[in-house]
Design a protein around this ligand. Structure first.
Ligand code: NAD
Ligand code: LMR
Length: 337
């Protein structure tokens, strides 16, 4: 019996993500929470003849905390796509002022009502919202770093697609699983194309084309924001990516071994194998790395990718670390206010 709660379920990501979760046979109960429109989304999804039940939870006022509590009670996994998306000309950090407060209050609700749940944070800026959730959980005395994930999977999905598009005859996107490390915004996103089966394809590119490819992964979100022209940011590809991480965690919890997904996790603890070594290498409390998943969540971080990265990628990592440090610090400072 697995209960999954989606907070922000009526939004652009929330709806397709909830649809994908609704048809996952491992999930027995899908619980949808939003501050608008969620009864309609829930009624619609509830007609699908998959075996899970669907419930919708809409607060009756700003002060009403019972809807969130009932949405979360007994949840094993919580996914958070709640918050405002970007418009053209904005950075993810420009969303901080609104989304930090939303994420903090949802984290307080999780601490109270689902303290043992796996928590997947989609709301931007991920580089700051994940530290906010960690600090909120620490304050509540329920923090398990192995169960908190910042969702960076869309960067991996893009990295796989974009390199394959350069070699349409020889490759398919599904041939690749690029390690994308660092954070989730602009230059903090570092695709390590030199590793694994993408290495030989990278080598065939001119220096200019290599730069273009990396830049496209780093700023892939902007491509969608511009194409949507004021109507938001990536929703469908994000729902796919968020679902991929949620599904991998559910499989690992169910006993499948050897599942690895890149995610933005806490390195500032010894609960996760390799976190101490990774922290020594990057000097930061949070970083996205390939994470080996197990029944308890993040079992191990594969920091060896940082050592194996090419000289060019190591330079990109230095730039990423500098920016990421500020984003993390901003989140921590906010939650201590
Ligand atoms: P959206 O505006 O379509 O949907 C957001 C939903 O959150 C809305 O339904 C809104 O009512 C709801 N919401 C607002 N405050 C809430 C609260 N306190 N509790 C519950 N729900 C609340 O936006 P979207 O396109 O779905 O994007 C959501 C977030 O995801 C944005 O911050 C966006 O930047 C981020 N995002 C992250 C990634 C990633 O890779 N991590 C990718 C795409 C988008
Ligand atoms: C993305 O990468 O698509 C998301 O983080 C949304 C955005 O603001 O670009």
């Amino acid at each position: 019996m697995v209960k999954v709660a989606v907070l922000g379920a009526a939004g652009g990501i929330g709806q397709p993500l909830s649809l994908l979760l609704k048809i996952n046979p491992k999930i027995s109960e899908l619980s949808l929470f939003d501050v608008v429109n969620v009864p309609g989304v829930g009624a619609d999804l509830s007609h699908i003849n998959s075996d899970s039940t669907t419930s919708s939870h809409l607060p009756s006022s700003r002060e009403d905390k019972t809807a969130l509590a009932s949405a979360l009670k007994g949840a094993d996994l919580v996914v958070i796509p709640a918050g405002v998306p970007r418009k053209p000309g904005m950075t993810r950090d420009d969303l901080f002022n609104i989304n930090a407060g939303i994420v903090k209050s949802l984290a307080e609700g999780i601490a109270e009502n689902a303290p043992n749940a796996f928590v997947l944070i989609i709301s931007n800026p991920v580089n700051s919202t994940v530290p906010i959730v960690a600090e909120t959980f620490k304050k509540a005395g329920i923090y398990d770093p192995k169960k908190l994930f910042g969702v960076t999977t869309l960067d991996i999905v893009r990295a796989n697609t974009f390199i394959s598009q350069l070699y349409p005859k020889e490759t398919k996107p599904s041939d690749f699983n690029i390690a994308v490390v660092g954070g989730h915004s602009g230059e903090t996103i570092v695709p390590l194309y030199s590793l694994g089966n993408s290495g030989s394809y990278l080598e065939k590119l001119s220096e200019e084309d290599k730069k273009k490819l990396i830049n496209r992964v780093q700023f892939g979100g902007d491509e969608v924001v511009q194409a949507k022209n004021g109507a938001g940011s990536a929703t469908l590809s994000m729902a796919y990516a968020g679902y991929r991480l949620a599904e991998s965690i559910l499989k690992a919890v169910d006993g499948s071994s050897g599942i690895t997904e890149c995610a933005f996790v806490d390195l500032d603890n010894t609960a996760i194998k390799g976190a101490k070594e990774a922290k020594e290498l990057v000097g930061l409390g949070f970083f996205s790395l390939p994470v080996v998943l197990g029944p308890g969540g993040a079992e191990e971080v594969k920091y060896d990718v940082l050592e194996k990265a090419s000289a060019e990628e190591k330079k990109l990592l230095e730039v990423a670390k500098e920016q990421l440090a500020k984003n993390i610090e901003k989140g921590v400072a906010f939650s201590k206010q």
